[in-house]
Design a protein around this ligand. Sequence first.
Ligand code: J2J
Length: 542
Amino acid sequence: MLEGCVGWPPETADRYRKLGLWEGRTLGDELRRWALAHQDRVALVAGERRVSYRELDAWVDRVAAGLRARGIGRDDRIVVQLPNVPEFVVLCFALYRLGALPVFALPAHRANEITYLCRHAEAVAYVVADTHHGFDYRPLAEAVRAEVPSVREVFVVGDPGPFTPFEALSAASGTPADAGDARGGPDSGDVAFFLLSGGTTALPKLIPRTHDDYAYQTRVSAEICEVDETCVYLAVLPLPFNFTWGCPGVLGVLGAGGRVVLATGTGPEECFALIESERVTLTSVVPTIAHLWLDGREWIERDLSSLRTLQIGSAKLHPEVARRIEPAFGCALQQVFGMAEGLLCVTRSTDDPETVMTTQGRPISPEDELRVVDPQGRAVPVGGTGELLTRGPYTLRGYYRAPEHNATAFDEEGFYRTGDLVRLTDGGGVVVEGRVKDVIVRGGDKVSATEVERHVSAHPKVEQAAVIPVADPVLGERVCACVIPAADGAPSLKELKLFLSSRGVADFKLPERLVLRESFPLTGLGKVDKKRLRADVAGSRG
Ligand code: J2J
């Protein structure tokens, strides 16, 4: 196991292998098998570009050879920050083949997040697009390079500016990627890549996912979602999101010989046009996008009859909205409750409609273990609400290089404390009732309150800050900064936003509401009582 990672206990790993859950193939090998099986079928569609399985496999080999020629190999970390372009898929599989480890950054991340990720992972390279949605990533790359000396190389998809063009990686016709180098190729039990946690800590945690565990997750979720060769998946959400990459997402659909269509935005006009023209059968969105699409359905004339399933997850989908999906889109709704850390729950096509409308599904694996506990850690009877703890064949046992955090994020039996408050139904369904973790779910984006507090508190006009969610009809929740001003005056919301942006904080984390207070309610232990603060703020106009 890579330094800084926590594996499954050997006897547990053995069991998962014996049960045939972990099949012993790396993700790079998997693509080779899929390419042999599906040859000239179209694997990827992006605008006018169509890439067959065979072409994808060969492109991956060329890029892997190019990376290896630049000294990138097994266990090296590479921060990948690309929008939904074919190069994302190609690069990740090239790294999987080399045993080098992509760290999945979101396109919305800025210097604050990227610098941290590069430093924490001691990344040797950083891969960006030239520009995306009006943002130029090259100056960001320059700033990151200046800050983090381990980053030797920056590769750019598009106009490279001062850096190496991504295209240069595939120019050389080297030896096949799996010819290996001195460090050897990866083993299926090795870490394949890092997802980011939507976590609670001041800085995002890195989630190691192994080849075995991720291959299992994507294969099983594809089976449950009845994905086959006829599946056309529209990747609407960012590719680096676990939901899009592997639930079943890109990997599950490629594994079944289906076709992946990459969307560049989430708006109903673009997405409906793609669904119509590519005859999309499956896609996955967050509730906020589902809302926009429901509205869009009223004025955008498109033929969406190819859609079979719309997956919705990442934030709570309210039953009233859930009930509108099937009539509006003429397809089945599938609720998805997942987390980058592992556990994935989905509703099934065979579930009765009430279960699909009112639960967030049940686990995809019979080996997923779920416990619902009260604040003292005691089991709550079925039907009661408590914190969800889980472990299983694709749920992490520890964050990367985070021993202190791991000591509290997991219990002594290796169960991961999700921070979600849930209730289990008699049928084994999970209903998400709330959360105990200090996170704001804005649309599908997770914002750590602690992280934003750290930045807001650094403002000279802020004495103390507490960041809380406020309810919002469109996004579900928005970020609200509650501030006790410093003696010499209070900051305005605009000042705070500019201040956080200047610190390189991603836009989706910026407070959208500011509440000034002379003091905060405190708990018996002297900590800010956020529950009361939330109730106060909800009951006032700021
Ligand atoms: C309520 N809260 C939900 C749901 C996730 C599939 C789908 C989503 C994610 C994801 C994912 C929810 N109702 N249906 O990784 O594979 C909240 C919970 C959870 C957190 C995880 C996937 N679905 N959530 O959203 O790592 O609070 O993963 O713990 O970004 O999102 O966030 P993240």
